[in-house]
Design a protein around this ligand. Structure first.
Ligand SMILES: [Zn+2]
Ligand SMILES: [Zn+2]
Length: 203
C-alpha cells in the first residue's frame, strides 16, 4: 500500500481543518491525517509538545491521562523519537479549541500509559516536515521509478545488480561511489529514515 496522496488537503489536513471535539463526529470513515513538526517540548505536569502543521499553524499536542517527567514520565519521548525536528502523524485527530483566546488550541491524546499509542495511532516520522512532504509527494519516483535504476546516477540495471540501501531498503545504487554520493550530495541522509518509516506505516 503506497502512502496516501500528500497533495490532497482532504487527506492531509491542518489543525484548523480537522474537526473540533465540540462538533459531532464526521460521518465519513475516510482516514485523514494531521501531520506536524515538533518545535518545542513544553512538558510541565502533562507531556506537552508544541507542533507546527502544514500551514505553519502552531498547536499543542498533549496527553490527558499521563504525567510528565520528573514526577512520573509516562511518555518516553526519547524512545519514541518525540523530539524537536521530527514529525508526528495523527490519524483522524480532532482539535480541542481553547475557550481562552490567549491560550493555544490543542490536540489531546486520551488513554493511560499502555493504551494511548493504540488509541491515537500516533506515529513519529524522523525528519523535518518539509522533507517528509517531499518524500510523500515524490514517493512513486523514490520507490517505483527508482526500482531498476541507480538512486544517484540513474543508470539502469537489474534489481539484483543494484545494492539496496541497508537503511531503508528502498533505494538501490550501481556502485559504492554512487551510494556515498547519494547519501551526501543527493540528500538521502535526510530522507532514508523517512522512507523506512513510510514503509512501516504503509507497508
Ligand atoms: Zn550509479
Ligand atoms: Zn536509505
Amino acid at each position: 500500500m503506497p502512502p496516501p496522496d500528500f497533495t490532497s488537503p482532504l487527506t492531509f489536513k491542518t489543525f484548523n481543518t480537522i474537526p473540533s471535539t465540540a462538533a459531532s463526529p464526521p460521518p465519513s470513515s475516510e482516514t485523514y491525517y494531521l501531520l506536524a513538526e515538533i518545535k518545542e517540548n513544553l512538558s510541565l505536569t502533562r507531556p506537552t509538545l508544541i507542533c507546527s502543521d502544514l500551514s505553519s499553524t502552531s498547536f499543542a499536542l498533549t496527553w490527558s491521562d499521563l504525567h510528565a517527567s520528573p514526577h512520573a514520565s509516562d511518555v518516553d519521548f526519547k524512545a519514541l523519537g518525540l523530539k524537536k525536528g521530527n514529525c508526528v502523524l495523527l490519524p483522524n485527530a480532532r482539535r480541542t479549541d481553547s475557550s481562552d483566546e490567549v491560550k493555544q488550541g490543542k490536540v489531546v491524546i486520551p488513554g493511560g500509559k499502555d493504551e494511548w499509542q493504540g488509541k491515537s495511532g500516533l506515529r513519529v516520522i524522523p525528519g523535518k516536515l518539509e522533507k517528509v512532504v517531499e518524500v510523500g509527494q515524490d514517493w512513486e519516483f523514490v520507490i517505483e521509478e527508482g526500482e531498476g535504476k541507480c538512486g544517484n546516477c540513474g543508470k539502469e540495471g537489474r534489481e539484483e545488480e543494484l545494492a539496496k540501501c541497508t537503511g531503508c531498503r528502498g533505494v538501490g545504487y550501481c556502485s559504492k561511489e554512487c551510494q556515498v554520493k547519494g547519501w551526501t550530495e543527493g540528500g538521502h541522509k535526510s530522507t532514508c529514515k523517512i522512507i523506512k518509516t513510510f514503509k512501516e506505516i504503509w507497508p
